[in-house]
Design a binder for this molecule. Sequence first.
Ligand code: FAD
Length: 483
Amino acid sequence: MPHIVIVGAGLTGLATAFWLRRRAPYVRVTLLEARERAGGNVGTEQIHGFRIERGPNGFLARSPALPRLIEALGLSERLLPASSGSRRHRFLYLHGQLHRVPSHPVGLLLSTLLSGEGKKELLVGLCRQIRFSPANRDQDESVYDFVARRFGREVADVFADALVTGIQGGDPKLLSMAACFPRLVDWERRYGSVIRGMIQYVRQQRRQAQQAPGSLSRSQLYSFREGLQVLVDTLVQAVGASLNLAAPVTALRYQPATAVWQVYSPTAPPLQADAVVLSCPAYVQAELLAPLDAALAVEVAAIPYNRIVVAALGYRQVDCAQVPEGFGYIAPQSQGRDVLGVQWCSSIYPERAPAGMVLWRALCGGMRRPDLLDLDDTTLLNRVQREMTTVLKVQGPPVFHHIIRWPRAIPQYVVGHLARLKRINAALTRWPRLFLSGNAYRGIALSDCAEEAERLADQLVSLFPSASHDTTAGRLNSSAKES
Ligand SMILES: Cc1cc2nc3c(=O)[nH]c(=O)nc-3n(C[C@H](O)[C@H](O)[C@H](O)COP(=O)(O)OP(=O)(O)OC[C@H]3O[C@@H](n4cnc5c(N)ncnc54)[C@H](O)[C@@H]3O)c2cc1C
């Protein structure tokens, strides 16, 4: 019986184990998790009647993989789409004011978000988009440069910044457009411009919705009534005895003579494995790889992570009377505020707060304000409350708070990330049946992790089609995005 060891039981590791057990029941799977609980970044806590997400607050069904996983786990009935109000109304805090974000680029020309000069640049950019595709298409460039070259510096200052603040908590001048937003780059390649690609995409979405009514919308945020924890709990149940908690992996060895991997954890006897999947964060992968392959470890360790604090806040509804309905707001990092943005959780998903209360999550830190993580709780809370009074005009202090610190939160795909992936992939050919997966490589969203997990499980199934052993060299879980 082939034995596959997976290191790290976040969504990626759990879903890989799940699909392996489902599609190759003849394979023995061992999933080792360092902590006492599985789920990694995903986790929901219930405190004083508030339902708080520690990490992700929801997911988009960007590819069919996550809906397929949810369906296979029997969770479709428990899905909870974001409220319609939160879908329609999103805000930016800019120049001391909250602004509603228009749902269409043309709406920006009528909004107060841009100056006259900024609107002129945007208009020129939009006209160019209709006529021809910009040059420089094969060169990796930053998110900021990509947007600025097409729509002007002011649009980049406001929207490229807001986009990466809201998704990655990153710096638009450092992040790679091709690695962070491959779909937009692909639209430009395929259709000649981002706007043309967007039009095609919307049409395609409509067609798919007509052909498969009831399928999950790709542009809508979802969670579950009980919170995202239910996804983790159901996966844990499904993988059963394969999962070993409180089992940190501390070393890996490869024996070329027997083509067997040895996996060491202080809490268990060494495991012999035919294949090893590292689904732990990149900085842990780098530590495990260093004694095997120093050059590979250096590449993996070079993937930076940001620091984020999530401050969950409960307020009395009467104290928040001036807060409009919607998803929340983002303060682009160029504004230098202490809070990157606030998600109005109980407006997005009703029943997240007790009656008469609201639940919000203020996110602080990111690439440009890592210092905020070092503040003690009282100082941090005071800073956050000051923002809530200034930006949202709340009339009283929070009745409840819960602070979660993420010292290494979200991997940052900086310019050069895709070239780094190629080098890692090349280095991995030296190590038979060793795979690196997780959110550090091909997408940080939960839907990316689910896609990666299913693809990797299928790759492993093809390596071990029955009980036979294949000695094909391992590689970084190959991807369509990379090719
Ligand atoms: C604050 C925050 C907000 C986010 N918001 C969203 C959102 O709204 N929507 C969205 O789609 N995504 C969001 N994300 C991103 C998403 O949560 C992650 O990309 C995803 O959960 C990563 O899953 P993973 O399994 O790849 O890694 P992880 O969740 O990091 O799991 C890795 C696992 O490896 C374990 N491990 C570490 N070292 C070892 C070892 N030596 N041995 C064994 N196990 C080890 C860890 O304990 C962990 O359980 C957010 C992330 C954060 C931090």
